[in-house]
Design a protein around this ligand. Sequence first.
Ligand SMILES: Cc1cc2nc3c(=O)[nH]c(=O)nc-3n(C[C@H](O)[C@H](O)[C@H](O)COP(=O)(O)O)c2cc1C
Length: 337
Amino acid sequence: MKNAYERIVRPLLFAIDPEMAHRLTLGTLSAASRIDLALRALTVFRPPLKPKKLFRLDFPNPIGLAAGLDKNGVALPAWGALGFGFIEIGTVTAKPQPGNSKPRIFRFPEQQALINRLGFNNDGADAVARRLRKLRRSGRWPQVPVGINIGKSMSTALSDATEDYLYSFRALREFADYIVLNVSSPNTPGLRELQGHAALSELLAAIADKNVITRKPIVVKIAPDLMPKELNQIVATCEQNRVAAIIATNATVEHSPIPPDKDEQGGLSGAPLREKSTTLVRQIAAISTIPVIASGGIMDAASAREKIDAGAQLVQIYTGLIYRGPGLIREIAETLE
Ligand SMILES: Cc1cc2nc3c(=O)[nH]c(=O)nc-3n(C[C@H](O)[C@H](O)[C@H](O)COP(=O)(O)O)c2cc1C
């Protein structure tokens, strides 16, 4: 049976352009984030407590908001009120940037999927830091762990990527419970090359060097389109550099579930990604004790359960939230031990 969001809200949102629907929703949640009464109203979606501890952080439940939905951190209190167990904002880059030309988000309702090629449109690290500082002073900072996902600015050469990540790291670390190095977006040319051993080691060593006093958990987000050999190498590099967790996975560049006449360039997310990302979670868990945060095709309780059974400690949702609404958080939480 369809929930109220699927029956009433989704048809309205799906009647308008995907990016417009996104802006409208985020604008509403951002406005709600400044009004106590509105925040209280959002708590109707809150799931039961399913506490979890990971890298010395307390999560009220293991269901998080995946990166990309609130790139600029404009609605943190609302995400907390809705009942997310943790919130990841970003991807934030060192320089503000507009992203790729529009249209750049596409819905595929039959496949319960999205394709996006946003290209890290965001306000830049300094502006996001200012916004987070203001939020902290307001007393409305959410009660759950907040991760900040950082990536490379489009205009920065791949050879200068480390400096670019370091800039965002320095600007944002004080607000983050954990920092994610996004080396897996398909929409910034060359970015995924940073998953290679030499480049990833250089990046992780440089971040570790500047992470001595604050000591934030460093998390690496990987692509689903990796050969087993490449994955083994990434896991080994993460272990060598004491990475706190791996997020598996980002969106895929493999679009075979989408009819060719409707296909678009970008990263495919949602139901068609489910199996692929679960396979990666299972492969990582088989070779390492490094904690895994699963992301990819979690559309209902069964697909979340599948990630946990495959070895994930935490899960994140994005496309599932667009198709199923905030009721999905409770639906998943209720089936977890
Ligand atoms: C419109 C859109 C924008 C995204 N932007 C980002 C981003 O900025 N950084 C990032 O690490 N992942 C981004 N993602 C990937 C999601 O965080 C998630 O890893 C991926 O979509 C798989 O999960 P899902 O199937 O639940 O959507 C984006 C996904 C979508 C659909």
